[in-house]
Design a binder for this molecule. Structure first.
Ligand SMILES: C[S@@+](CC[C@H](N)C(=O)[O-])C[C@H]1O[C@@H](n2cnc3c(N)ncnc32)[C@H](O)[C@@H]1O
Length: 210
């Protein structure tokens, strides 16, 4: 990612953040900033954001899906956290998808699927992560696909939505329960808005007919 100085972030903090991200990346391959050098319009998450987003939310049984996985930093984070029974990365950009697939080729617990995420949502997914990959109409298609998937599987599905610009799409549908996650005391001012969206009851109640 081309990592701009975020609003409210000093240069020294930015340097520390970029170095920390690179050091964590290197447990799983080269620093991911290298992958983004050729496409500066693309971006990826910061590990600090991911720690905030997922802390205490995932368990070993979850099937984790990064919707628009880019170079795969979110997948790195899940691998280092030891959560999830399987991890999917869905990426429409063929070059980016191929690089990520090659980097993670030895991981039996990771599948990278190249193509449109909405046409390829894994039926066994339980947690879907979005770092604002879509415009409003695509977010609407995604929300419909998640509802269909939850109903077909007859179980709870969660969407963890960072920088949730099109949250209104989910608010429009009564089956989605939305929790805005507070940043907590002492959190850096640079953290982005985070919503956890649930369809279906986590306790296992059956879903209504669509
Ligand atoms: C902002 S990046 C997020 C990367 C990664 N999830 C992260 O947080 O570090 C969004 C990614 O979504 C991908 N994308 C956009 N539309 C997509 C679609 N319809 N299907 C799959 N990937 C898509 C883009 O190519 C880009 O790599």
């Amino acid at each position: 990612m081309m990592q701009p100085v975020q609003v409210g972030e000093s240069v020294s903090r930015k340097v520390r953040r970029v170095v920390r991200n690179a050091l964590i990346d290197m447990r799983f391959g080269p620093p991911l900033a290298v992958v983004y050098l050729r496409d500066r319009a693309q971006s990826n998450c910061d590990y600090r954001e991911l720690e905030h987003a997922f802390s205490g939310r995932l368990d070993e049984a979850d099937v984790l899906v990064d919707v628009g996985c880019g170079a795969g930093r979110v997948i790195n984070h899940w691998l280092r956290s030891g959560v999830g029974s399987h991890i999917y990365g869905l990426e429409i950009d063929e070059r980016m998808g191929a690089i990520t697939k090659f980097r993670l080729r030895r991981r039996q617990d990771v599948s990278i699927v190249i193509g449109d995420a909405i046409s390829n949502l894994p039926a066994d997914g339980t947690v879907f992560f979005l770092f604002n990959p879509f415009d409003e109409s695509t977010t609407r298609r995604f929300a419909t696909a998640v509802l269909e998937l939850a109903h077909a599987a007859d179980r709870c599905v969660r969407v963890v939505y960072l920088n949730c610009k099109h949250l209104a799409v989910f608010e429009d549908h009564p089956e989605f329960e939305i929790e805005m996650v507070p940043h907590g005391p002492g959190a850096p001012a640079t953290l982005q808005a985070l919503a956890v969206i649930t369809v279906g009851d986590r306790q296992g109640a059956k879903l209504a007919e669509l």
